[in-house]
Design a protein around this ligand. Structure first.
Ligand SMILES: Cc1cc2nc3c(=O)[nH]c(=O)nc-3n(C[C@H](O)[C@H](O)[C@H](O)COP(=O)(O)O)c2cc1C
Length: 306
């Protein structure tokens, strides 16, 4: 692999290739992040953490459907004060950027949690304004450009590290929401979080998930995520992190062509294992070489120009 060809600059963070671990898939532990980095991920994003500990929803919280998963885990987390020791431990050994995903129930909460995460060593924060299944946070903030603007502004004034904003596809015009985030100073936007969904069991005649409804991830949402990245690239200049259904190098290249600088991978890890990161990096490198591109940057947004 040619490291120079694969390296990307994501809002000031140097990634050795364009693959990242998506939030929520492998939790919070320093040991897991280390393992993922060793498997080739160029950055890791933690599961979303809030101000106070939270239990999450009753089981079942995840169900497999054709072409993906539907989850409604309900943002279970230990709270930022408990989590800071894990951030410190991870930073002591981790050789790739550590991005802490943050949620809150107000702009102040987002800012306080972000501040604590950065003080403990986070290289960036990703603010989750797009969780589809917890009321009064997540998507309820990310669906309203004015509220989103104030949250991002507050977080930006609280921390000196890059702020990424993770957007919801469950809106009419995602580019408008991305623009509000960029206007408020977001350093990058991540698109997308899960798509609102439900699974129903014909035998029991009931919704399957404890929370009834949840969010769909995996290959089923890839074309939606790709369209979101494409739309955002037409409207804003900040870097975009593509997320949703990435399984292999070809999916990754498609996201780059649509305008993403890097991709996050979640559900595919459950289906293909952690070797996916290195396989994707190798595949993207071979593609760049075969097509005569000297760097990932030459491909970013190319579909808009062709
Ligand atoms: C079980 C599960 C838990 C998740 N938890 C979070 C979370 O805590 N915060 C967040 O921003 N996204 C969370 N997500 C969304 C993923 O980060 C990602 O946006 C989504 O799954 C689409 O990517 P994928 O198709 O590669 O999984 C979660 C997804 C799954 C499947």
């Amino acid at each position: 692999m040619n490291s120079e060809r694969l390296t990307v600059n994501l809002a000031g963070l140097r990634l050795k290739n364009p693959t990242m671990l998506a939030s929520g898939i492998l939790g919070y532990s320093a040991e897991t992040f280390e393992k993922i980095a060793k498997c080739g991920a160029a950055a890791v994003v933690t599961k979303s953490v809030g101000l106070k500990p939270r239990r999450g929803y009753a089981n079942p919280t995840v169900v497999q459907v054709s072409c993906g998963l539907i989850n409604a885990v309900g943002l279970p987390n230990p709270g930022i004060d408990e989590f800071t020791s894990e951030i410190r431990e991870a930073k002591a050994t981790l050789k790739v950027p550590l991005i802490v995903s943050v949620y809150g129930f107000s702009a102040e909460e987002y800012a306080v949690v972000s501040e604590k995460a950065v003080a403990a060593g986070a290289d960036a924060v990703e603010i989750n304004v797009s969780c589809p299944h917890v009321k009064e946070t997540g998507a309820e903030i990310g669906q309203n450009p004015k509220i989103l603007y104030s949250v991002v502004k507050k977080v930006k004034s609280a921390v000196s590290k890059p702020v990424f904003v993770k957007l919801s596809p469950n809106v009419t015009e995602i580019a408008e929401i991305a623009e509000a985030a960029a206007d408020a100073g977001a350093d990058a936007v991540t698109a997308i979080n899960t798509v609102k969904a439900i699974a129903i069991d014909a035998e029991t005649t009931k919704p399957i998930l404890g929370n009834r409804k949840g969010g769909l991830s995996g290959p089923a949402i890839k074309p939606i995520a790709l369209r979101c990245v494409y739309d955002i690239h037409e409207r804003v200049k900040v870097p975009i992190i593509g997320c949703g259904g990435v399984r292999d190098w070809r999916d990754t290249v498609e996201f780059l062509l649509a305008g993403a600088t890097a991709v996050q991978i979640g559900t595919a890890i459950a289906l293909k294992g952690t070797k996916i990161f290195r396989n994707i990096a190798k595949g993207v490198d071979a593609y760049l070489k075969r097509k005569g591109f000297r760097s990932v940057n030459e491909v970013v947004g190319l579909a808009h120009r062709n």
